[in-house]
Write a protein that binds this ligand. Structure first.
Ligand code: ADP
Ligand code: ZN
Length: 734
C-alpha cells in the first residue's frame, strides 16, 4: 500500500508488545492484546479475537497490562487500510464525550462501510483490442465505435452494452475474437480528479468579497455565510472548495436532503470538470466502501453527503460546508444523538479546517455565535441578477369566505388563476404528508390511532393505506369503524398534500397539478426526475411539503401560497417561533428566482402574531434580536444549556418510577445550579409500543454539564427492558 504509516501516527508496537484495542463491541474499555507478527502502528485497523468471534478494532495505544498476561491473545491481522489518524481519534473522543456516547459506538459510526479489511474486489472492464473481426455486424460496429470514441473511459459490461445499445452477448462475441479486450481491475478506484483551476462564474462584487474573506488565513475558523435564497451562496462556497483543493486538501459539503445532491453534483461537475464522491443512504455498499477507502488514501478530493460523512477517515480535511445549516435534519434523532452542524465545527477544530455554515435563515445558535464574535459573518444581501425578493402578504382567513373541507382561500385562488393564465408556476405549501391527518368515525367520534404509538394514523390515499408517521406502521384503510363497528362512516378530517391535490385539481381543471412529497416517489432517482421536470415547466401548480423549501430552483415560479402559516406556531416547542420564521422565509424564497418578481401569500388566522409580522416585514435582525433576548432572559439555549433524558419501557409504571428516582436524586445537577424538570410523559407518550417519559435538564452556560449528567445516571440500574437515552442540546421535544 502507498501510504506512509510513519508520517500519520507516531507509535509503533513490535510483535508481542501489549496494545490497547478499541473495538466496535459494546464494552466499556479498551482491551489488551499482543501486537501481531510484523508489529503494528498506533491507529491501525485490526481484527482481534473476542470470545469465539473476530471483531474490528483500532490500536488505541499501549495496553493497560491489568489483565492476566497468560490470557492475553494476539491481534489476528492488521487490515490493509491507512491507520486512523491522530485528529480522527481526537475527534471521536471529543464527540463521544460531548454527546455522552460510548467509544465503541463512536467507532461504529466511523467504520460504516462493509468489508473494510477485504482485499479490493475485482471487476471486469472492456477496452478496444487488436483482434480481427471476420464477420462485422451493425451491433458489433456500434460496440467498436463506442470504444474508439471514448478510448480513455472505463466500461463495465453493463455500461458498454448500454452505451452501444446492444446485448452483452455481442460484446462477449467480440472478446472471443480479441477484438475487445477484457481486463480485471480493482473496484476501489480513485475518483476522477477535480480541477479547481477551471474557470468559475464571474462573481458579483458582494460574492467576490465574500470569497476573498473566506480565503484569508489558514487553520480553523467558522464562517456564517448568510444570504437570501438565490444570492449565490453556493457559488461562493464552491470557490472556497476550489481554494481548498488548490491547497491540496480535501473538502466536505453536507446537504440536508439526499434529493438535493443531484442538482449539486451537476454544479460541481460544471465547476470542476468531474463529479465528487457521494456518501448517504442512497449509495450502494460497494460504493460506500470505495468512498471510505478513497477518502483515507486521498483518492477523493471532495465528498458530498449526509451528516455521517463527518466520520469518514479524511487524509487531510481542509473545509467543511454545512449548507442550509439551520435545517433540523442535521440533528440525528436515532442512535447516537448528535448535531452535524456542531460536530462539523468540532471536526474542523481538531484538523485545522475551515467551516462554512450557509443559510438564508440561520439557526439562532449560529446567529448568536456570530454576534458574540466566535464565528465570522459574511452576508450576501441581494439576489443574483435581476431576481428580487418576493413581496409577502398575509391572507386573513377570518375574513375569507371558505366552506369547510376547503383550504384554498378565494384570494389565493385568484392569484393562482392569474399565474396559470400567463404560464407562470405557483407553489402551494403545506407541511403535511398524506391525504388527511385525521380519520374520524362520524358515528362515534373515534379517531383511528396507531396501535403502537400515541399518534393518529394518517391516511395516504395514494398508497391506499393508513400510516403512522411515528413508527412507519401501515394498515389498509378500514371500511368499518374499529371502535363502534359502523360501516362506511369513516371520514377524513383536515388537509394533507394529497387532499390539496384534489382540491386544486377541482379548482383549476385546466392546470397541470403536481404533488411533491417524499413518500410519493419510490426512489430518490424518481423524485429527482420529477423535480427536474417540474423545474423545466412540467407543472402549473406544485403542491409540496417542506421538501420543496430546501434549495431547489424553480425558475418559473412566481407565486407561493402557504396554506397554514400558523401550523408551526402551535405547541410549546422552544423553537416553534424560530422554525416557523425559517420555514416561511425559506418557502417564500422559492418565488421569483428569475427575472419576474415573486409574491408569497400566507394564509393565517392570526395576522397580528409577532412571528407572522416578523416574517412579513422581513425584519430578520429584529426577529433574531427579540428571540435572542427572550431566550437570554429565560436562560434557554443558546444562552443556557439543556439536556433531555428519555426513559422508555414496555410498561408505564417502571418507567415513571425510574424518572421519579432520577428527579429525587438530582444532587450532581443541583450542585451546578441546574434544574431538573419532570418526569413527564413525553409529548408522544408511546412510540413503537414503548412508553416514554422525559426529564429536562436546564443548566447555566459554561458548567461541566456532561460530567454531572454522567454522575447522575451512573448509579441507575436499567432493569428488564428499560432504556435511558441522553440528548445533549435537544432540538425537538417529542
Ligand atoms: P443560493 O445558494 O444562495 O441559493 P445559488 O448559488 O444557487 O444561490 O445562485 C442562484 C442562481 O444564480 C444559480 O443558478 C447560480 O448559478 C446563479 N448565480 C449566482 N451567482 C452567479 C454569478 N456570479 N454568475 C452567474 N450566475 C450566478
Ligand atoms: Zn406508530
Amino acid at each position: 500500500m502507498s501510504w506512509r504509516p510513519g508520517s500519520v501516527s507516531a507509535g509503533f508496537f513490535h510483535e508481542g508488545e501489549l496494545v490497547g484495542v478499541l473495538t466496535t463491541q459494546p464494552l466499556d474499555r479498551v482491551l489488551d492484546y499482543k501486537a501481531p507478527e510484523g508489529g503494528c502502528f498506533e491507529g491501525a485497523f485490526v481484527e482481534v479475537p473476542l470470545g469465539p468471534r473476530k471483531v474490528l478494532g483500532v490500536i488505541w495505544g499501549s495496553g493497560r497490562g491489568d489483565w492476566d498476561i497468560s490470557k492475553v491473545r494476539s491481534v489476528i491481522r492488521v487490515l490493509d487500510v491507512p491507520p486512523m489518524r491522530e485528529d480522527m481519534r481526537e475527534f471521536l473522543m471529543k464527540a463521544g464525550a460531548y454527546t455522552l456516547t460510548s467509544m465503541p459506538a463512536m467507532l461504529r459510526l466511523a467504520t460504516r462501510a462493509p468489508g473494510l479489511g477485504d482485499p479490493p474486489s475485482m471487476r471486469k472492464i472492456y477496452k478496444l483490442g487488436h483482434g480481427e473481426v471476420d464477420r462485422m455486424t451493425p451491433a458489433r460496429e456500434k460496440v467498436l465505435a463506442v470504444l474508439e470514441e471514448f478510448a480513455d473511459q472505463v466500461f463495465t459490461l453493463k455500461e458498454l452494452a448500454e452505451q452501444a445499445g446492444v446485448g452483452a452477448s455481442v460484446i462477449k462475441g467480440l472478446v472471443a475474437k480479441d477484438a475487445v479486450f477484457e481486463q480485471d481491475t480493482p473496484r476501489d478506484t480513485p475518483f476522477a480528479r477535480l480541477d479547481p483551476n477551471l474557470p468559475g462564474k464571474e462573481l458579483t462584487e458582494d460574492q467576490a468579497s465574500a470569497v476573498a474573506r473566506l480565503s484569508q488565513g489558514n487553520g480553523y475558523a467558522t464562517t456564517l455565510l448568510k444570504g437570501v435564497t438565490g444570492s449565490g451562496k453556493t457559488e461562493v462556497y464552491l470557490e472556497a472548495v476550489a481554494a481548498c483543493l488548490r491547497a491540496g486538501r480535501q473538502a466536505l459539503v453536507l446537504l440536508p436532503e439526499i434529493a438535493l445532491t443531484s442538482e449539486f453534483l451537476t454544479r460541481v461537475k460544471a465547476r470542476f470538470g468531474a463529479k465528487p464522491a457521494e456518501w448517504h443512504s442512497g449509495v450502494t455498499m460497494t460504493e460506500r466502501r470505495r468512498v471510505w477507502r478513497m477518502v483515507g488514501e486521498g483518492g477523493a478530493q471532495l465528498v458530498v453527503g449526509a451528516r455521517s460523512a463527518l466520520f469518514l477517515p479524511y487524509r487531510d480535511l481542509g473545509l467543511i460546508v454545512v449548507d442550509e445549516e439551520h435545517d433540523t435534519s442535521y440533528k440525528q434523532e436515532d442512535g447516537v444523538l448528535y448535531n452535524a452542524r456542531d460536530m462539523a465545527v468540532l471536526r474542523a477544530s481538531v484538523c485545522a479546517a475551515r467551516v462554512v455554515l450557509a443559510s438564508a435563515t440561520p439557526s439562532l445558535e449560529s446567529w448568536a455565535n456570530a454576534e458574540a464574535g466566535k464565528y465570522q459573518r459574511l452576508e450576501l444581501t441581494s439576489r443574483f441578477g435581476a431576481a428580487v425578493l418576493p413581496d409577502m402578504r398575509a391572507i386573513d382567513m377570518r375574513s375569507e369566505d371558505l366552506p369547510g373541507s376547503r383550504w384554498v382561500s378565494p384570494s389565493l385562488q385568484h392569484e393562482i388563476s392569474a399565474r396559470v393564465a400567463v404560464g407562470e408556476q405557483s407553489l402551494i405549501f403545506l407541511n403535511r404528508r398524506g391525504y388527511a391527518p385525521v380519520t374520524l368515525c362520524r358515528a362515534c367520534g373515534h379517531q383511528i390511532g396507531c396501535e403502537h404509538c400515541d399518534a393518529r394514523m394518517v391516511e395516504h390515499r395514494f398508497l391506499k393505506r393508513l400510516m403512522c408517521h411515528q413508527c412507519g406502521e401501515t394498515k389498509p384503510m378500514p371500511t368499518i369503524c374499529p371502535s363502534c363497528g359502523a360501516e362506511d362512516r369513516l371520514a377524513p378530517v383536515g388537509p394533507g398534500v394529497e387532499r390539496m391535490g384534489e382540491e386544486v385539481s377541482a379548482l383549476f381543471p385546466e392546470a397541470r397539478v403536481a404533488v411533491l412529497s417524499s413518500d410519493l416517489y419510490g426512489t430518490a432517482r424518481q423524485l429527482k426526475a420529477q423535480i427536474e421536470a417540474i423545474a423545466a415547466g412540467d407543472a402549473d401548480i406544485i403542491i409540496g411539503t417542506q421538501l420543496v423549501a430546501k434549495g431547489h430552483n424553480f425558475p418559473l415560479l412566481t407565486l407561493v401560497g402557504v396554506i397554514d402559516a400558523d401550523l408551526g406556531l402551535q405547541g410549546s416547542d422552544l423553537r416553534a417561533a424560530e422554525r416557523t420564521f425559517q420555514l416561511m422565509r425559506q418557502v417564500a424564497g422559492r418565488a421569483g428566482r428569475a427575472e419576474k418578481k415573486g409574491l408569497a401569500l400566507l394564509q393565517t388566522f392570526q395576522p397580528e402574531h409577532p412571528v407572522i409580522r416578523a416574517i412579513l416585514s422581513g425584519d430578520e435582525e429584529g426577529f433574531w434580536a427579540a428571540e435572542a433576548a427572550e431566550r437570554e432572559q429565560t436562560g434557554m439555549p443558546p444562552y443556557g444549556r439543556m439536556a433531555g433524558i428519555v426513559l422508555s419501557g414496555p410498561e408505564v409504571g417502571p418507567v415513571f418510577d425510574l424518572g421519579n428516582h432520577l428527579a429525587r436524586n438530582d444532587a450532581p445537577l443541583r450542585k451546578l445550579g441546574a434544574q431538573v424538570y419532570g418526569p413527564a410523559p413525553a409529548p408522544i407518550a408511546r412510540v413503537r409500543g414503548r412508553h416514554r417519559v422525559r426529564l429536562l435538564v436546564k443548566a447555566p452556560k459554561g458548567v461541566p454539564l456532561q460530567a454531572a449528567l454522567t454522575q447522575w445516571v451512573k448509579g441507575v440500574k436499567l432493569k428488564g427492558d428499560l432504556r435511558l437515552a441522553i440528548d445533549i442540546d435537544p432540538q425537538s421535544f417529542y
